[in-house]
Design a protein around this ligand. Structure first.
Ligand code: ADP
Length: 420
């Protein structure tokens, strides 16, 4: 039997997952528990049930006696209120809920520095402020914080990655004064540690689920940072492209890059900064213009060696944020050739060009050059697209080790453990 050394728990949008890794980062067991109803995503009790189920599944698959560390990641920006007994007050406010109270958004915009990731209509700080107004609230925490509290942290403790969009200041390593002016009572917010920092030993509930008393609990991260780590990307210059509905680029950098006009901000993860940007282009354009049912047939007819020169900028509607910041930027999808395989290739080449421009933009803003690239998301399955992209980007393409955020969070624990 293989003995896992680290466990990562992922609180995702569809359920809870857990990954157990051995000392070398190899996955020895995996567990998943889907939410029974879509509404459970708002219910802290359902998150905890999912954690219990996943840890029980892991314990049934592998011995947990030698697990040395555990951490939790959650959807970035999902917040909940707790009473003085650390019990949830009502339901959580989700990461993608636009703030229903315009005066809260306005107060944040008035108080926050121009480059703050807490700005905008889907601000996590806005959710924190709304939650703080509920009756009987003693703490406002992030999704992952509460699960970590139950697993042993006890007190409200968060990590810099989850806290970033709630307004935490990474340079001062504290909740800044302006948060009070925006309407948030700072004493309600959790203490914040660096992602992967040691919190302490696991608690009774974790031990009852089979974790040994010697197992340590570490500060977690967001699902986004965890997904990056899951791929095996680990050093400055390592990049990850997500070819999902949207095109998302991430790059490990030796310095923070913040460019709010491009929607770029940086997370501190271990010994690097994780810099990222998201384009409005991506697979959603393919889905709409080509359709899933024709992908296989048309992919077989692609000719990556012969460029179409169509010079498309595939968007579903005008407006782009990154790598070009222009709310009115027009889609470029004409002329449309008679052969749909050529049309498809033009779209793929166009998205690949946006990817190239994206890494170039990150570099122009101070990030290092891309030195290796891993690819995740639905589009990663297309070998011809891979070739088009490889020709354009000119760096080694590496296989993603895992696409499970839970595995990335376990990898964060291992990185920490290996330092000792
Ligand atoms: P999401 O971001 O919604 O989680 P996925 O990672 O599941 O998306 O990727 C789905 C997207 O990938 C769709 O937009 C689809 O058009 C695109 N896609 C799936 N398979 C291919 C393929 N073989 N070639 C190009 N695009 C693909």
């Amino acid at each position: 039997t293989e003995y896992p050394a680290a466990i990562g728990i992922d609180l995702g949008t569809s359920g809870v997952r857990a990954a157990a890794l051995d000392r070398d980062g190899g996955q020895v067991a995996f567990a998943a528990s889907a939410f029974a109803t879509p509404h459970e995503i708002c219910e802290p009790a359902a998150w905890w049930r999912g954690v219990e189920i996943c840890l029980k599944i892991l314990a049934a698959k592998v011995p947990l006696a030698q697990v040395r560390g555990l951490a939790v990641d959650g959807t970035s920006g999902t917040m909940l209120a707790l009473d003085s007994d650390k019990q949830p007050v009502g339901e959580a406010l989700l990461y993608n809920d636009p703030c229903p109270d315009a005066s809260v958004v306005a107060a944040i915009d008035a108080a926050a520095p121009a480059a703050s990731p807490a700005r905008g209509t889907s601000t996590a700080l806005g959710r924190a402020i709304l939650l703080s107004r509920r009756r009987g609230v003693a703490h406002v925490v992030h999704q992952a914080d509460w699960i970590a509290m139950r697993l042993g942290a006890g007190e409200p403790i968060s990590d810099e990655n989850n806290a970033l969009k709630t307004g935490y200041d990474l340079s001062c390593e504290s909740w800044p004064d302006w948060i009070e002016r925006a309407g948030m009572a700072r004493h309600l917010l959790p203490r914040v540690l660096r992602a992967g920092a040691k919190i302490g030993s696991v608690g009774r509930l974790a031990r009852e689920l089979g974790l040994p008393p010697s197992c340590l609990l570490f500060a977690g991260t967001t699902d986004g940072c965890a997904s990056f780590l899951a791929t095996g990307a680990s050093k400055v210059g390592d990049g990850v492209t997500a070819l999902g509905s949207t095109l998302v680029l991430k790059l490990a950098s030796d310095r923070a890059v913040d460019a709010p006009q491009y929607g770029i901000y940086s997370h501190r993860v271990g010994d690097f900064w994780l810099v990222g940007g998201a384009s409005n282009s991506g697979g959603a354009v393919i889905r709409q213009l080509i359709g899933d049912e024709r992908l296989a047939e048309l992919t077989a007819r692609l000719d990556p060696a012969r460029r179409t020169k169509l010079d498309y900028y595939p968007l579903l509607k005008p407006g782009e944020r990154f790598p070009i910041n222009d709310p009115h930027y027009p889609p470029r999808l004409a002329p449309r050739p008679a052969d749909d395989a050529v049309f498809f290739q033009g779209i793929l080449e166009g998205i690949a060009e946006i990817e190239r421009l994206g890494f170039e933009r990150l570099m122009a803003l101070g990030a290092p050059a891309l030195t290796s690239l891993r690819t995740v998301g639905g589009g990663a399955r297309n070998p011809a697209w891979q070739e088009i992209r490889r020709n354009k980007l000119g760096v080694p393409f590496l296989e993603a080790r895992s696409t499970e955020a839970a595995a990335g969070t376990a990898a964060l624990v291992l990185r920490q453990e290996n330092k000792h």
